[in-house]
Write a protein that binds this ligand. Structure first.
Ligand SMILES: C[S@@+](CC[C@H](N)C(=O)[O-])C[C@H]1O[C@@H](n2cnc3c(N)ncnc32)[C@H](O)[C@@H]1O
Length: 280
């Protein structure tokens, strides 16, 4: 028992050091399960204690990080953000400039950045702005989900209710030829959608981000701050705020809030914030 407590505390310390993620107190079972899975994945023969020592020395760190991230996501999650982006944020940007730059800061398996791309293409079409120079940067710390996202192949059920009426999957995905099942099959993101996106590995806990100040018109940071303590959430929010343009929009997840940024933003809707003042 004492050994297990020590093991769990080592995992927490290591995970915090490598990613900034703070695991809640009730995650003991999850820690043990994930460590065991990790041991099988990397083919390690020793006990979990020795595996952790190896990770502390620098071995298997990527696999360790990938095992402890939570990647739950789906297309058009919190749809009202995409509606707001299509009907308010993007038309305003289209009036001022000929390019749009968007940052998706915890992109997981790709459903969120591809939903952003579908929203952008739809808004460009609706506003007669097809030839804009648009780009989306999508980052995550987990190399496995980045690999999956770059591949852009998803299992699709015809009963799927994630897609809004204005985004038909057939406009943005090709059905894989080898799919025989009529109600469930694989779909692949079309090249014209993929072309908008660049996937990169990045740790939100890094002290600075590889972007210019005010580089992005829109920043998505959804359902990731919840894994950090409040002090670190504030640090991340401030770094994201630096790369967001004045007047740009920040979308946060349903149980997240702008914390120290509150005096510098205007609330436009449920977890939708527009930057109104620079933070110095
Ligand atoms: C629950 S998913 C949310 C995905 C998407 N934003 C959404 O709302 O559906 C959280 C993602 O944050 C990523 N993540 C966790 N810690 C991170 C860190 N320190 N830096 C960058 N990404 C991180 C995880 O790998 C995971 O893919």
């Amino acid at each position: 028992m004492a050994n297990e407590v020590k093991l769990h505390s080592k995992v927490r310390d290591l995970l915090y050091k490598l990613t900034g993620i703070t695991l809640a107190d009730n995650k003991e079972l999850m820690i043990t399960n994930r460590l065991q899975k990790l041991r099988t994945k990397v083919g390690y023969n020793g006990d979990l204690e020795h595996l952790l020592t190896a990770i502390e020395r620098g071995e298997y760190q990527t696999e360790f990080i990938n095992s402890f991230t939570t990647n739950k996501t789906h297309f058009f999650r919190e749809l009202f953000h995409f509606d707001d982006m299509k009907d308010r944020a993007l038309p305003e940007i289209f009036q001022k400039q000929n390019s749009v730059s968007i940052y998706c800061s915890a992109s997981s398996t790709g459903e969120e950045p591809y939903s952003i791309a579908m929203t952008l293409l739809t808004a460009q079409k609706e506003n007669n702005k097809r030839n804009m120079n648009s780009s989306i940067v999508a980052t995550d710390i987990d190399t496995d989900v980045l690999h999956f996202a770059r591949n852009g192949v998803y299992r699709f059920r015809t009963s799927n209710k994630d897609f809004p009426a204005w985004a038909h999957p057939r406009d943005f995905f090709k059905r894989r030829a080898d799919s025989k099942n009529e109600s469930e099959f694989l779909i692949k993101v079309k090249d014209e959608v993929k072309r908008l996106l660049e996937f990169k590995q990045m740790n939100l806990s890094d002290s600075s981000y590889p972007f210019r100040d005010g580089e992005f018109d829109i920043v998505f940071c959804r359902n990731v701050l919840i894994y950090f303590n409040q002090d670190d959430q504030n640090k991340i929010l401030k770094r994201l705020f630096k790369v967001l343009k004045m007047g740009g929009t920040l979308y946060l997840g349903h149980s997240e809030n702008p914390l120290d940024l509150a005096p510098y933003v205007k609330r436009m809707g449920q977890n939708i914030f527009v930057k109104t003042r620079e933070l110095h």
